[in-house]
Design a protein around this ligand. Structure first.
Ligand code: UD1
Ligand code: CA
Length: 565
């Protein structure tokens, strides 16, 4: 990215971050879906440095593991017990010098003369803090370019703020930078200075090594200050310059959670602004949140209340929201996702999801498919053009293309010990309120009746039904709930028949309530006297014949015999 590649970038991340008041080390807190340290490493890596070091101490293992996971090329440097930013850089230089010497030994030609010049890090070294998340590679590259073009020994990045409290102030004489003084070591006069040190520098490696060797801990905090290198280099007559950035957000550090939120909001504002310039409609930038690694195509629309996290990718013309949160979800072109919460899922082109859908890891919806309202999908693939429109749980399943799953169905995937898979073929039509007790397979083009519990495989083209025939206990309400609104409504509907039923069968219920589904109070009434002639005939008939497809309200299927179970 730049003509000059630094010999090293050193990221300072050993400090405690006390003001965060957190178990989590400060640099591991996140904005825009990336840790503060992640932002720093991202910008640092873009400079293509020969070496990239991260200095750790507080919560050393957690910070080191995080840094290595983000970038396996980093050198982890442990700061010793001597405190201060200067000591941190000194520890880094020692480690980097050792690495350079080690590499020199490995690459030395066999038989080459030993001794001679001792290898050490040389060239420009960028030093930056791990808690300045908006500092971008472009600004760092500018700083580096100025440093090399001017042939400086030290180039410090500064900015001018209205509220300089807490920062190191840039001391100038006749315009030239002569030093940096920390707030707590500054005179009242020096505290009026509004040009501040951003903790971002480029040093010549040899100058840095030399100067740090003579920096003491004679200051209010008793620390080795990196800032003292600036004055030392100036006194030696070396080139010390400052580059100032106008955009103070870029160099603002996070010290507490108020700054974390402020920088998070600013980063989001900038992310959204960039996407809008690239052709994305963001209806309400105040309520849309998009992580830095999210990718959006042209003509994507983000409706209010949309949060896109992680590596979510959205294809051209898709509409997300309102009130949708997606993490690591891939959305195809032209798809719509309404009031949905999802993670690790894929929704292909032209598909529709929601409102009120819950997509769990491994949910996959094919082109033009539909995941409808109050539907939860986990580790399941729904084929192209297939629909799961209402009130359904689809877990551990494969549903073929063009299939329709009836409302209020459950893919019963767990037997208390293990999870099992359900396979439903292409162009099947399953009835409402079905239970698919996995492992089970429903063949291509099969139908299932409403309320069916599928425990065994259904062959292609078959109709599956389960459960006994329905029986109606005529007149039950009129006898057992006389005077109720239900009884009155029934009486009106039945007209003369109601009087007849009521008079002739004052007490009988026909069946125990365990059969009829009526309330338990009627359970003691014996006998079958109240069964209508029709109901009795219904009961007497052999079960298979009575369960015609029409009884089960299967659309389009008439007259066939039930499938052989
Ligand atoms: C530092 C600068 C100050 C500057 C400010 C900008 C010094 C002495 N002061 O002050 O001039 O205006 O940053 O934000 O450098 N760190 C270590 N090891 C340590 C101490 C700190 O690695 O022993 C790291 C921290 O993790 C942090 C960075 O260095 O990433 C800055 O440390 P911090 O304590 O925040 O310095 P400030 O007091 O803010
Ligand atoms: Ca700081």
């Amino acid at each position: 990215m730049s003509l000059t590649q630094p010999a090293a970038v050193v990221v300072l991340a050993a400090g405690e971050g006390t003001r965060m008041k957190s178990r989590t080390p400060k640099v591991l807190h996140e904005i825009g879906g990336r840790s503060l340290l992640g932002h720093a490493l991202h910008a640092a890596r873009a400079l293509e440095p020969a070496r990239l070091a991260v200095v750790v101490r507080h919560e050393r293992d957690a910070v080191a593991a995080h840094a290595t996971a983000l970038d396996d090329g980093v050198t982890i440097v442990d700061q010793d017990e001597i405190p201060g930013t200067g000591r941190a850089v000194q520890c880094a230089l020692t480690a980097l010098d050792a690495a350079v010497r080690g590499a020199a030994l490995v690459h030395a030609a066999p038989g080459s003369a030993p001794g001679g010049e001792v290898a050490a890090l040389h060239g420009p070294v960028v030093v930056m803090a791990g808690d300045t998340p908006l500092l971008d590679a472009g600004t760092l590259a500018e700083l580096l370019r100025a440093h090399t073009e001017d042939g400086n020994a030290v180039t410090v990045l500064t900015t001018t703020v209205t509220e300089p409290h807490g920062y190191g102030r840039i001391l100038r004489e006749g315009g030239a930078v002569v030093g940096v003084v920390e707030e707590r070591d500054a005179t009242t006069e020096q505290r009026q200075i509004r040009e501040i040190n951003t903790s971002t520098y480029v040093f010549d490696a040899a100058v840095l090594r030399d100067a740090l060797g003579s920096v003491d801990q004679d200051n209010d905090q008793g620390e080795v200050y990196l800032t003292d290198v600036v004055a030392l280099a100036h006194r030696q007559g070396l080139g010390v310059r400052a580059i100032s950035v106008d955009d103070s957000w870029l160099v603002e550090g996070v010290n507490d959670r108020v700054q974390l939120a402020a920088l998070g909001a600013e980063l989001n504002r900038r992310t959204l602004e960039q996407w809008m310039r690239d052709g994305v409609t963001v209806v309400d930038p105040g309520t849309a949140w998009v992580d830095v690694e999210v990718e959006l195509a042209r003509d994507v629309t983000l409706l209010p209340g949309t949060q896109l996290h992680g590596r979510t990718r959205v294809g051209e013309g898709a509409t997300i929201g309102p009130d949708t949160t997606l993490r690591d979800v891939v959305v195809g072109a032209g798809a719509t996702v309404v009031r949905t919460h999802g993670s690790d899922a894929e929704l292909e082109a032209g598909s529709t999801t929601g409102p009120f859908a819950y997509l769990r890891p491994g949910a996959h919806l094919g082109e033009q498919g539909k995941i409808g309202t109050f539907v939860e999908v986990k580790n399941a693939s729904i084929g192209a053009g297939a629909k799961v429109p209402h009130l359904t749980y689809v877990g551990d399943a494969d549903i073929g293309e063009g299939t329709n799953i009836g409302a209020s169905s459950v893919f019963v995937n767990y037997d208390g010990v293990a999870k099992h898979r359900t396979r439903i073929g292409a162009h099947a039509r399953t009835g409402s309120d079905n239970m698919f007790v996995a492992p089970v397979t429903v063949g291509d083009g099969a139908y299932t009746g409403a309320g069916t519990t599928i425990r065994e495989d259904v062959p292609p083209g078959a109709l599956a039904v389960s459960g006994g025939p329905q029986r109606n206990i005529d007149g039950w309400v009129l006898r057992r709930r006389p005077g109720s609104a239900a009884a009155e409504a029934a009486a009106r509907a039945l007209g003369g028949d109601a009087t007849n039923l009521d008079a002739t069968n004052p007490d009988a219920t026909g069946q125990p309530d365990s059969d009829s589904g009526a309330p338990a109070t009627a359970a003691a009434n014996p006998g079958a006297a109240a069964l209508s002639a029709q109901a009795r005939a219904e009961r007497a008939r052999a079960v298979p014949e009575s369960r015609t497809p029409r009884d089960h309200q299967v659309p389009g299927a008439t007259g066939e015999k039930d499938s052989d179970r």
